[in-house]
Design a protein around this ligand. Structure first.
Ligand SMILES: [Zn+2]
Length: 169
């Protein structure tokens, strides 16, 4: 069994037979955001599931993406379920639409990744007041052990894309 790693006081473990997540996090530890691309239709998917969700083909290849994208949606966590996140509240969890596969295969089903919104250091949570749909982000990697890093996202100063919206206060 692999050794668990500690993240915010929690013990994380990815079993050896969980090849999807194990390889995904190992690539992230090299600070590369790698997704599985379908050998048949070419579309990338997240999470790194075994079959293509668009055409069901079982062949795939790891492909590197830029990690740049736009906040498609978000939520603000006010009450943390996990004690390890208690001191971070309120913090934003973002759903990021990556630039590489915008609106493909359809505008409703594109390539989107869920992560925490953090400062450029990859560790500190971003002020939840800064999050908004339409704001631009880039990936940053938070190392959590020798074979694992968590891809997170941080805001950039690029102009927002489309309509900018956030929950009224
Ligand atoms: Zn496919």
């Amino acid at each position: 069994m692999p050794q668990p790693v500690s993240y915010r006081g929690m013990s994380l473990i990815v079993p050896d037979n969980d090849s999807e997540w194990k390889e995904y996090y190992a690539h992230a530890r090299q600070h590369r955001l790698m997704l599985r691309a379908c050998n048949a239709c070419g579309l990338m998917r997240y999470p790194a599931m075994h079959a293509c969700p668009w055409c069901m083909d079982l062949g795939w290849t790891w492909k590197e993406v830029s990690g740049r994208g736009t906040i498609y949606s978000y939520e603000t966590v006010v009450h943390a379920i996990q004690p390890g996140f208690k001191d971070a509240t309120p913090y934003a969890v973002v759903l990021v639409e990556l630039d590489e596969q915008r609106a493909k295969p359809t505008a409703d089903e594109a390539l989107r990744i869920i992560a925490n919104l953090v400062k450029p250091d990859g560790l500190t949570f971003e002020d939840a007041k800064e999050v908004a749909i339409g704001r631009r982000v880039r990936v940053v990697f938070q190392d959590v052990g020798e074979s694992m890093a968590l891809p997170q996202f941080t805001l950039t100063d690029e102009p927002p894309q489309g309509r900018v919206w956030r929950l009224p206060e």
